[in-house]
Design a protein around this ligand. Sequence first.
Ligand code: UTP
Length: 475
Amino acid sequence: MEDSMINVLKKYGQDHLLRFFDEMNMRQKEKILSQLREVNWQELDILIHTYVTNMPETIIPPDIKPAPYFPAEPDNDDRKELYRTARRRGVELLRKGKVAALTVAGGQGTRLGYDGPKGTFQITPVKEKTLFQYFAEKIIRTGRKYDCPMHWFIMTSKANDSQTREFFQKNNFFGIKPFFVHFFAQGTMPAIGMDGKVLLETKESLCLSPNGHGGTLLALKLSGSIAQMRQLGIEYISYFQVDNPLVSVADPLFIGLHFMEKSDMSGRMLAKTGPFEKLGNFCLVNGRFNIIEYSDMPRDLAEMREADGRLRFISGSPAIHMISVDFVEHLTEGDKLNLPWHRAEKKVPCIDEKGNPVKPEKANAVKLETFIFDALPLARKAMILEAKREDEFSPVKNPDGVDSVVSCKAMMIDKDARRLEKAGVKIPRNDKGAPDCVIELSPLAYLDDEDISAAAAARPFKVPERGEKVYFGDL
Ligand code: UTP
């Protein structure tokens, strides 16, 4: 077996990967061989020539227009009626169990620098619930509200799959019946040195990393999850990222509009904070919806403004999608899906030719990833709905600063404060207008405004004092 593998590796100039083979025991030999067998060497060789030893040219299409979208609030009577109907449709679909939640949690979370799957990070401002628990509670309450428990699919990666499953087990699945929680692991890609050689992490293991959130679609197919969804009668997927606790896990309006528009793939958009905010840009290219990465967006387009001063390309993507099960099946027919690859230069710890560990101080490797939003132009029909950033998006990427633990907690408090104020609760605010207290609403009790106003009508809420920490707990 290793003979044929050596020949394949030689053919593609990668036989250094078996350099330590003769000194390995059987278990180590089996380990590296099984990793090597999983790689499609012919395809990888082409990718290395295209993205590593040569720099790919980013081709920006000549005719880019801003993408049309439905505004967050209906702006005329027809839209008001449309949104009312869409909300009803969304609720009907949830009542019939046609919508599953899907959390992508396979990333490495390198910027956060937290040791463990990101979903196990404690984020809520008072109770310090983890991201997974917070989502679990939203999902439980959605199921109770619509009398139909929601299925939850969680994409892990090989590196964090067993830790993630153990975490759920240890926490009793946060009260969800395990039947409704489905884990599936995404594919991996080897990290490639700048010279085009695949890197070894140890003598018996390649440097492997998850293949990007675009890997979700093929992983859904190859893991059998999409077939399972079919069996369970699920037709629509509510897709969100593990590091965005503000997101609605199942928004009836978004679900209903996706359904009524017969969309294959839909996205929420939000108004960018500036021309260079690090969000993908929703655009129309040759009449098709596309997302152009912030780093690929030509500067003049990014900075272009309308007569009223608003950015012309205002629509940023917070990576919140509705995806039809039909569409995933269609895209992954034949167990294949070709999404474009994106290259990123990274510092990847590895071993050198003598087997000594190397901790690089500058980028030494290229990682290749595909992105979920590259499926958007493949949709036969797509739809975009505006989201209010303060209600739907606060990603936990960094320990502090922009898109951080600190900013996310502040936004969680602010959102809950606004929701309580809507129900007539007085929240102390400081001279900058920010809440002057630390509050947290449990999603189990207060999933949406309806839940809060019903509770407020039944009995008065506690009014937080200045500087106080208050948890508005489970009913
Ligand atoms: P990011 O691109 O922000 O990556 O992922 P990350 O791994 O969380 O963080 P950094 O860049 O290493 O600091 C956005 C979302 O996509 C998921 C992540 O788990 C997160 O929910 N993701 C990313 C995957 O599920 N798989 C991947 O291969 C990459």
